[in-house]
Design a protein around this ligand. Structure first.
Ligand code: ADP
Length: 190
């Protein structure tokens, strides 16, 4: 199964990605997690992306695409993956298309988690207190939402035109959303 999970910051993609990947035996790959791990470990990549992620901006495509290319080349992704937080720009869509084409693979589905924006801002602010993420202050949250609307929301239409998009209501309990996601996947991937 090769799957993309789309949705705004705070839609619960990370939580759902972990559950869906465990249930389907494919790794969940989160570019946000990869960047955070590199920042924490003070790697060269971490130093490159620290300020950008802290301000809510997007890491340049060439950096992000190279990271995903390396990650998808790992053994555990050979038979499938769930991408969480990638692609986020049309340039990343094209790069992913090229990576998949080279490997002779194709996407099975793109699922967009839809949420109420006000509710999501509240969730993110609550998470800021729990996890102390540097990018969860109100100002940065609003900036991430703005950039999402501008850069990433249009990707849904791209995948809809390809007949790959399903939309899943991301509001409700974690279990409710997982149930809807699994139902959508059963419909689209058989
Ligand atoms: P979110 O809660 O916004 O979904 P993520 O954990 O996915 O957060 O990403 C955190 C930050 O990492 C983003 O705000 C951005 O700065 C950077 N980032 C993650 N994925 C990408 C990507 N595909 N392209 C560019 N930047 C990214």
């Amino acid at each position: 199964m090769r799957l993309i999970l789309l949705g705004p910051p705070g839609a619960g993609k990370g939580t759902q990605a972990a559950r869906v990947s465990a249930a389907n035996g494919v790794p969940a790959i989160s570019t946000g997690d990869i960047f955070r791990a590199n920042i924490k470990n003070e790697t060269a990549l971490g130093r490159q992306v620290k300020e950008i992620t802290a301000s809510g901006g997007y890491v340049p495509d060439e950096i992000t695409n190279a990271i995903v290319r390396d990650r998808l080349a790992e053994q555990d992704a050979a038979h499938g993956f769930l991408l969480d937080g990638y692609p986020r720009t049309t340039g990343q869509v094209e790069a992913l298309d090229a990576m998949l084409a080279e490997a002779g693979h194709s996407l099975d589905a793109v699922v967009e988690l839809t949420v109420d924006t006000d509710e999501v801002v509240q969730r993110l602010l609550a998470r800021a207190q729990d996890q102390g993420r540097a990018d969860d202050t109100e100002e940065v949250v609003r900036e991430r939402m703005r950039i999402y609307a501008e850069e990433t929301a249009p990707l849904a239409a791209v995948y809809r035109e390809r007949g790959l998009l399903s939309q899943v209501d991301g509001m409700g309990t974690v279990e409710e959303v997982t149930g809807r996601l699994e139902a959508a996947l059963a419909r689209t991937t058989g």
